[in-house]
Design a protein around this ligand. Structure first.
Ligand code: C5P
Length: 222
């Protein structure tokens, strides 16, 4: 690889959690720190790519010199992705998108009342699946997965179902891997098979992922 192996490539990366509002003061979210997505943006930029980073609310400083778009909900994320996906050569969906959102967003703060209360949820759009259905042949699509059990089976099924060129699967319950950590243990799944990476910094994992995606893109244009 040359130092700038992604020169001339447009790379879209989504990062961080989504926030699904319940009322003006409350929302549903998850533990995503955004570190994996931000590491991907930094390393893609360093490799010469033109990077767009769409990020949920995180407490990280985004890399310098990338296009930055900030969103809260999955629906906002879908809208931003739909606006810019067509120009992209590689799309990496590292965001931890909430699977469900509240059916209603109350205008006023919901008051405490009964002992029990119910919150009705509705499925969010699956953005990665949408991309899998709409991507052009030359576009490379990478999904991410975090599982607490049956990691490989679930991730391989997801890779196929969502038409991904690669799925990076996270070992959530292994020490040194997962949400807030600066290191990660990942298994990279492609339609050809899988490869387990050793414990590495998220920057190093990001570099491995980007290099493999680059290799896949070289193959598919030959
Ligand atoms: O099926 P699961 O949610 O585990 O898939 C994870 C992958 O799908 C991630 O790449 C995530 O960004 C993406 N995803 C999405 N839209 C959703 C849920 C997940 O794009 N509503």
């Amino acid at each position: 690889y040359s130092d700038h192996y992604l020169k001339g490539k447009k790379v879209l990366i989504t990062a961080g959690p989504t926030e699904e509002a319940i009322d003006p003061v409350r929302f549903i979210t998850n533990h995503s720190s955004g570190k994996m997505g931000y590491a991907l943006a930094k390393m893609a930029k360093r490799a010469g790519a033109e990077v767009t980073l769409i990020s949920g609310p995180v407490s990280l400083t985004p890399p310098f010199d990338v296009h930055k778009i900030f969103i809260h909900s999955a629906k906002e994320l879908l809208k931003e992705v739909q606006t810019c996906y067509q120009d992209q050569d590689m799309i990496l969906m590292a965001a931890a998108v909430a699977d469900y959102a509240s059916v209603k967003i109350a205008d006023q703060k919901i008051k405490k009342r009964d002992q029990k209360m119910q919150l009705e949820l509705i499925k969010n759009p699956d953005i990665l699946a949408w991309l899998g259905e709409h991507k052009e042949n030359h576009q490379i699509l990478c999904g991410f997965a975090m599982e607490t059990e049956h990691l490989l089976e679930n991730a391989a099924a997801k890779c196929e179902k969502k038409h991904c060129d690669m799925l990076a699967a996270n070992h959530l319950l292994t020490p040194g891997a997962g949400f807030q950590s600066d290191t990660n243990i990942m298994t990279l799944i492609t339609p050809e098979g899988y490869e387990e990476l050793p414990l590495m910094s998220k920057d190093a994992v990001a570099e491995e992922i980007l290099k493999r995606l680059y290799r896949i893109s070289q193959k598919s244009t030959r």
